[in-house]
Design a protein around this ligand. Sequence first.
Ligand SMILES: [Zn+2]
Length: 55
Amino acid sequence: MTGVESGDGAGGPPPEPEPRPCPHCGVPVTAVIQLVPTAHHAYPCGCVVPADLLE
Ligand SMILES: [Zn+2]
């Protein structure tokens, strides 16, 4: 077996992750960062959000 990877399928473009609106202020969240061990913050707005907001 050689390296079998994607490339034998329909050949469509990979799905791009869509930013989800912040549940607090509505700004599209592009990332969730953890500044302190007890909370996660949305980027770029900075609101406290669940760690799995983008999952
Ligand atoms: Zn926000």
